[in-house]
Design a protein around this ligand. Structure first.
Ligand SMILES: NC(=O)C1=CN([C@@H]2O[C@H](COP(=O)(O)OP(=O)(O)OC[C@H]3O[C@@H](n4cnc5c(N)ncnc54)[C@H](O)[C@@H]3O)[C@@H](O)[C@H]2O)C=CC1
Ligand SMILES: O=C([O-])CC(=O)C(=O)O
Length: 332
C-alpha cells in the first residue's frame, strides 16, 4: 500500500468541514487505495467541538485513515502536508458581499501562508475555500514564496457545478450530459459563467449548450444571475451558507488535481494568471483548466466575443481592487 498522504483541513470544526472530512476520509478525493493522515486545524475555542468531530471520524471506522490529529497550532497542522483544504474563515451573513469578509479573513491567510512557508512540502497542493477565496489564495501564496505559485488555487468549482445543474435542469437531462461550462474570474457576484464553449448531450447528440437551449435571452440574463447569486440565495433560505455542496465541490477540485481531467473536458479553478486571455499577471482568476500528472494548464485559444470580454474584464477589475485592499490590510 502507498505511503499515507498528509492532508490538512482548516476550519475543521465548521460546517463545510463536517461534510468534507467524511468524503476525504472514505477515499472520494485521493482514491480508494490511498491511506491518509488527516490534520484538522481550528482555533482554540473550537477544540471541544473539533474533538467531537474526531470522535465521529473514528466512529466511521474507515480503514484509509491511518492517523487523525486535531490541533489549534498551525505548526502542527501544516507540517509536511501534501494537500491543503483552506476552509477556516468567517462566512458571510445575509446582505453581505463576500468581499465584506476581507478585513476579518485576510490576516488568517497571511499567517497560514507564513506557517506553510516554513513547514509544508514544496509540492503541496492548496485549495482555498474561505472567502473571499480568490484574494485569500493570492495572499496565502504571497506569504509562502518558496512554494511554487502554481500550487495555489481557489475554489470556483461550486459555481461550475451550480451552472452545470442549472443547464441540465433547463434541458431536462442528467448533469453528466453537460460539460465544459467555464467560470471566469472572481468567486463573487461579478463572476462570469460562460456557456459559449459548453457542450450538452441531448437525445444521444452532442451539441453546444447555446444550440441545445435555444434561448439566448435566458443564457445571457437569468442563467448568469442565478449562478452569480446562488450563494446568497442559499444563505437567505438556510440562514447559513452552502456547506454540503461546497464540500462536494472542494472534493471535485482536489480530486481532479490529483487524478487529472478526462477526455478533453476542462474544469474551472482559480489559479494565478500568467496573462492568458489578457488577464493581468498575478491575479488569482478562475480559468478553464486541464490537469495531467498534477500539472494545471490553462486552456488556450478559446474565442472571446464582446459580451464575454466585457464580463471577464469587469470581474478582473474587481479582483484587482480586492487584492489592493487585502495588501493594505496585511501591512503591519
Ligand atoms: N469558495 C466557495 O465556493 C465557498 C466558500 N465558502 C466559505 O468557506 C468558509 C467556511 O465556511 P463554513 O464552514 O460554512 O463556516 P463555519 O463558520 O461553519 O466554519 C469556519 C471554521 O473556521 C474556523 N476558523 C476561523 N479562523 C480560523 C483560523 N485562523 N484557523 C483555523 N480555523 C479557523 C472557525 O472556528 C470555524 O470552525 C467561509 O469563509 C465561507 O464563506 C463557503 C461556501 C462556498
Ligand atoms: O455565498 C457565500 O457566502 C458562500 C459561498 O461562497 C457560496 O455559497 O458560493
Amino acid at each position: 500500500m502507498a505511503e499515507p498522504l498528509r492532508v490538512v483541513v482548516t476550519g475543521a470544526a465548521g460546517q463545510i468541514a463536517y461534510s468534507l472530512l467524511f468524503s476525504v476520509a472514505k477515499g472520494d478525493v485521493f482514491g480508494k487505495d490511498q491511506p491518509l493522515e488527516l490534520l484538522l486545524l481550528d482555533i482554540t475555542p473550537m477544540m471541544e467541538v473539533l474533538n467531537g468531530v474526531v470522535m465521529e471520524l473514528m466512529d466511521c471506522a474507515i480503514p484509509l485513515v491511518k492517523n487523525l490529529v486535531a490541533t489549534d497550532d498551525p505548526n502542527v497542522a501544516f507540517k509536511d502536508v501534501d494537500a491543503a483544504f483552506m476552509v477556516g474563515a468567517m462566512p458571510r451573513k445575509e446582505g453581505m458581499e463576500r468581499k465584506d469578509l476581507l478585513k476579518a479573513n485576510v490576516k488568517i491567510f497571511k499567517a497560514q501562508g507564513q506557517a506553510m512557508e516554513k513547514l509544508a512540502k514544496k509540492s503541496v497542493k492548496v485549495v482555498v475555500v474561505g472567502n473571499p477565496a480568490n484574494t485569500n489564495a493570492c495572499i496565502l501564496s504571497k506569504y509562502a514564496p518558496s512554494i511554487p505559485k502554481e500550487n495555489f488555487s481557489c475554489m470556483t468549482r461550486l459555481d461550475q457545478n451550480r451552472a452545470q445543474a442549472q443547464i441540465a435542469a433547463k434541458l431536462n437531462v442528467s448533469t453528466e450530459k453537460v460539460s465544459n461550462i467555464i467560470i471566469w474570474g472572481n468567486h463573487s457576484s461579478t463572476q462570469f459563467p460562460d456557456v459559449a464553449h459548453a457542450k450538452a448531450e441531448v437525445q444521444g447528440k452532442v451539441v453546444t449548450v447555446p444550440e441545445a437551449v435555444q434561448d439566448d435571452n435566458f443564457l445571457k440574463n437569468e442563467f448568469i444571475k442565478t449562478v452569480q447569486q446562488r450563494g446568497a440565495a442559499v444563505i437567505k433560505a438556510r440562514k447559513l451558507s452552502s456547506a454540503m455542496s461546497a464540500a462536494k465541490a472542494a472534493c471535485d477540485h482536489m480530486r481532479d488535481w490529483f487524478i487529472g481531467t478526462k477526455g478533453g473536458n476542462w474544469v474551472s479553478m482559480g489559479v494565478i494568471s500568467d496573462g492568458s486571455y489578457g488577464i493581468k499577471e498575478g491575479l488569482m482568476y478562475s480559468f478553464p483548466v486541464t490537469i495531467e500528472n498534477k500539472k494545471i494548464t490553462i486552456v488556450q485559444g478559446l474565442s472571446i466575443n464582446e459580451f464575454a470580454r466585457e464580463k471577464m474584464d469587469a470581474t478582473a477589475k474587481e479582483l484587482e481592487q480586492e487584492l489592493s485592499d487585502a495588501l493594505a490590510e496585511c501591512v503591519d
